[in-house]
Design a binder for this molecule. Structure first.
Ligand code: ADP
Ligand code: MG
Length: 273
């Protein structure tokens, strides 16, 4: 596996106020196959620090796979992928890329928070215990400090009164907000969301999107896969439409949602709008 030079397509330049900020995620020609199935066929995307990027695209277009590559859960086959200037899975030394050891990969992963479609909380732990687990186990944060911070985070997601509740006692929207608090407890520099509201009853979607909107307002860098077009329009700095393992087009929400350049984007939007 050599992360060589990608197809060299022009990088998508994110619009807006953060132009010029350093890249938090930079993908150039990222390819990934599973057996004979080439799922990512040269992804080009740049998300700057402090930006919110929304990834749209039909089922099977490679959105989850791309997030998993960013989060070290899949290895890319070709192209370049860097988070905060560091090549994913590698360290650059003496002008060469050296593969990271498992422990180093684990350390890098602690800097990225991920929230999935299914709230995968630990069922046998309270909300508070879910949130303190990683800081205590991974970062060796003293329990008192971790609990204090966890209470702040639960308060931030509107669940101060649910600290001692078990996941089964919480609604889907509340569980997903605990999952967000849990990811934030590691002080990530980047948050990835993979269809965080798709498994929720419609009346619970808003409370999760509200928390995400707050987080964006606080300057968190976020890559969000969602079909919530309203959220994209309101919160995203950058919208990327993916199809067939490539980013078909990127731009501001106004550009991509308001006047898409590609027929594939138009056709997709006509189905979800
Ligand atoms: P999306 O999130 O856009 O729906 P995915 O990234 O989940 O798309 O999947 C893209 C394609 O890759 C699908 O055809 C899926 O079946 C396939 N795929 C994803 N993960 C694996 C895997 N671990 N092994 C084999 N095929 C996979
Ligand atoms: Mg997916």
């Amino acid at each position: 596996v050599s992360p060589g030079v990608g197809p060299g397509a022009a990088l998508a330049a994110g619009p807006g106020a953060l132009a010029g900020a350093p890249a938090m995620v930079r993908a150039e020609g990222v390819c990934k196959s599973f057996g004979h199935l080439q799922v990512l066929q040269g992804i080009d995307l740049e998300v700057r620090r402090g930006e919110v990027a929304v990834l749209l695209g039909p089922s099977g277009s490679g959105k989850s796979t791309f997030l998993r590559c960013i989060n070290h859960l899949e290895k890319i086959d070709a192209g370049r992928l860097a988070v905060d200037g560091e090549p994913v899975g590698y360290v650059e030394r003496d002008g060469r890329l050296h593969e990271l050891r498992e422990k180093e990969v684990a350390a890098r992963r602690t800097e990225i928070g991920m929230v999935f479609q299914r709230f995968n909380l630990f069922a046998h732990q309270t909300a508070l215990e879910n949130v303190v687990e990683a800081p205590i186990q991974v970062k060796r944060t003293p329990r008192k400090v971790a609990e204090h911070r966890a209470r702040q985070l639960l308060d931030r997601v509107g669940l101060a009164d649910k600290a001692t509740s078990y996941p089964s006692q919480l609604s889907g929207g509340q569980q997903q907000r605990v999952a967000i608090a849990r990811a934030l407890a590691m002080d990530p520099k980047l948050m990835l969301f993979d269809e965080p509201t798709s498994a929720l009853d419609p009346e619970l979607v808003g409370e999760v999107l509200d928390v995400m909107r707050d987080l964006a307002g606080d300057g968190m860098t976020m890559v969000v896969v969602t079909h919530e077009i309203g959220f994209a329009r309101e919160v995203a700095d950058l919208v990327a439409f993916m199809d067939g393992g490539v980013v078909v087009e990127t731009g501001s929400p106004q550009e991509v949602l308001g006047s898409p350049r590609h027929e594939r984007t138009r056709s997709f939007l006509s189905k979800v709008l």
